[in-house]
Design a protein around this ligand. Structure first.
Ligand SMILES: [Mn+2]
Length: 237
């Protein structure tokens, strides 16, 4: 079974890198940090490489250890999380140059670009797949791991509101609550926190909104220059 093969590769590897998609969201960052914390159970030190990520996720356990790049060029094992294609994978040269490549994801569009691929499109978040995987490996979901996992589930389900949410999602959230993980605090931090840049982008989007065809069609747009502009302004604040 793929899960057994993945754990064999983890045990064999002296150097492991975790990567995720560009413009990472809560599921991408939460998965990466949860996985790196869980790897400590195997006595493995893992590099998480994420070149840029939103500041609202800085509170996550292990976030301060995230690297932008690494001196290691050829890792024994690279694990891609929450990323459907090789092209979308940030810093994908570390993946390409690794001896063994593992892909764990929940996108139905995943191209299975790893040597080992564990993809479950029925799962609402990559973090939920990891929760099942850790249970399979008998890895205890500690408070830090649970915080990362719940962040991914909350952000990828829009706060438990998307149709992808299953009974298991709620059962899992209940288990985490019992462990003392503050669901409402995570919810506020990742869904209700807006940066200045975020507000400015929203303002641009609303300013450009046009109603066409008697209000049946709403049109607006945003481009990379807008994003750059507000990021530059946000950094000054
Ligand atoms: Mn995801």
């Amino acid at each position: 079974m793929t899960l057994d093969e993945i754990v064999q590769q983890v045990q064999k590897a002296d150097s492991i890198v975790i990567l995720t998609h560009e413009s990472p969201d809560g599921d991408a960052i939460g998965s990466s940090l949860a996985m790196s914390l869980a790897m400590e159970n195997f006595g493995k030190n893992v590099d998480v490489i994420i070149p840029e990520y939103p500041r609202i996720f800085e509170f996550l356990p292990g976030a301060k250890n995230i690297k932008k790049e690494s001196d290691v060029k050829n890792y024994d094992l690279a694990i891609s999380l929450d990323c459907a294609t090789f092209k979308r994978l940030a810093q994908n040269e570390y993946f390409e140059n690794a001896k063994t490549k593992v892909v764990i994801d929940h996108h139905g569009s995943n191209t299975m670009y790893g040597d080992l691929n564990f993809v479950n499109p029925a799962s609402p978040a990559c973090c939920e797949i990891l929760a099942e995987l850790f249970q399979y490996y008998n890895i205890e979901i500690t408070k830090p791991i649970g915080t990362c996992i719940l962040t991914g589930i909350i952000t990828d389900t829009g706060g438990f509101k998307y149709a992808s949410v299953t009974a298991e999602t709620f059962e899992f959230a209940a288990e985490l609550l019992q462990k003392g993980i503050n669901v409402s605090d995570i919810y506020k931090k990742v869904l209700d926190t807006k940066t200045k840049a975020n507000f400015e982008l929203t303002k641009i989007v609303l300013d450009r909104t046009e109603f066409l065809e008697d209000g049946k069609v709403t049109f607006t747009y945003i481009n990379n220059d807008d994003v750059k502009k507000v990021n530059a302004e946000a950094r000054r604040s």
